[in-house]
Design a protein. Structure first.
Length: 320
């Protein structure tokens, strides 16, 4: 996934959320709407999240060193996980607390038209942010469904921005309904219910983000399609007789580790094995460009169901 595409979506979301947060807090100060306060905190949390994603992307570009020989690519996963925590604690929990407080201590709205105006403007700005995220995501999504893209993407930035923007637009609709019903009925309970709905929505999105980024942090291997492409690249030539075993691991969103033990003819010289290994590595990189770190172990295939007296004798001699 292109870092520039992800950064463009993040910057668009940050700009929109920061402007929206300011207007929401102004509307809350004049109207006393708890939905507006919850939405203001939500937008402020989203703005901080976008800064965290940008910082994580910058940290991930640091050069590998002796302490981190495989580089810092997973920094992007770490900061994506922190985003889910911030969204849960700052956005979701605060909104639920504010909604409960408004239910127990209700008060009427003041300057009722201001929250409505701000919410309409916020919907327009969030729609622009979502449009940018969708536009930047389409080339990477391919033929996948949006759900599959968010579930399977190894680069966390675009899925996070997409989920945050969808949650923001849905939250704005909840706030609009809560404020609108409060104005129509004169009952501030609806404003509180809208605030609770926003909090529940943010907690749900945070849990989804947490689950997905946790999987990346623990370590995910190549997708089924990429694993099949790697196997096909190895088997398409005559260098190896078979794949004994193959393991993959994402070191970062754009860097895949491939480790393979391959059976090669036992009568080959070392120089011939080295040349064959280089050719296989070239084919793997051509098939899956993300496979930047490749370790191949040549071996001789021994069928465990057959007896090999010569090989057994060598093993026994080594044990002596």
């Amino acid at each position: 996934m292109s870092a520039s595409g992800g950064n463009k979506a993040i910057i668009a979301a940050f700009s929109a959320n920061l402007g929206i947060a300011v207007t929401k807090f102004i509307a809350w100060a004049f109207s006393g709407s708890s939905s507006m306060l919850a939405e203001g905190v939500h937008s402020l949390a989203d703005s901080g999240n976008q800064l965290l994603l940008l910082f994580g992307g910058r940290q991930a570009r640091k050069r590998a060193d002796s302490e981190h020989p495989f580089g810092y690519g997973r920094e992007r996963f770490v900061y994506a996980f922190v985003v889910s925590i911030v969204l849960f604690s700052v956005g979701g929990v605060f909104s639920i607390y504010e909604g409960i407080d408004k239910l127990t201590h209700p008060h009427a709205l003041e300057v009722w038209w201001l929250p409505l105006l701000v919410l309409v403007l916020a919907i327009c700005m969030e729609s622009y942010s979502l449009r940018t995220a969708v536009h930047e995501s389409r080339p990477h999504k391919g033929e996948q469904s949006w759900f599959s893209f968010i579930r399977r993407a190894k680069a966390p930035e675009l899925p996070i921005v997409l989920l945050e923007d969808v949650a923001a637009l849905t939250g704005l609709v909840f706030a609009l309904l809560g404020v609108g019903l409060t104005i129509l009925t004169g009952n501030p309970m609806w404003d509180a219910i809208g605030t609770l709905a926003i909090g529940a929505l943010l907690v749900a999105v945070a849990v989804i983000l947490g689950i997905e980024t946790k999987s990346l942090l623990v370590g995910e291997g190549a997708s089924d399609a990429d694993a099949a492409a790697i196997e096909a690249a190895i088997e398409s030539g005559s260098e190896a007789e078979r794949i004994i075993h193959l393991k993959t691991l994402y070191l970062g969103p754009d860097e895949l580790l491939v480790a393979a033990k391959l059976a090669m003819p036992g009568n080959r010289r070392l120089a011939e094995v080295a040349a064959a290994t280089d050719i296989i590595e070239q084919r793997i990189r051509a098939a899956v460009p993300a496979a930047r770190v490749i370790y191949i172990e040549p071996d001789v295939w021994i069928d465990p169901n057959e007896k090999h007296p010569a090989t057994d004798a060598i093993i026994l001699k080594g044990l002596e």
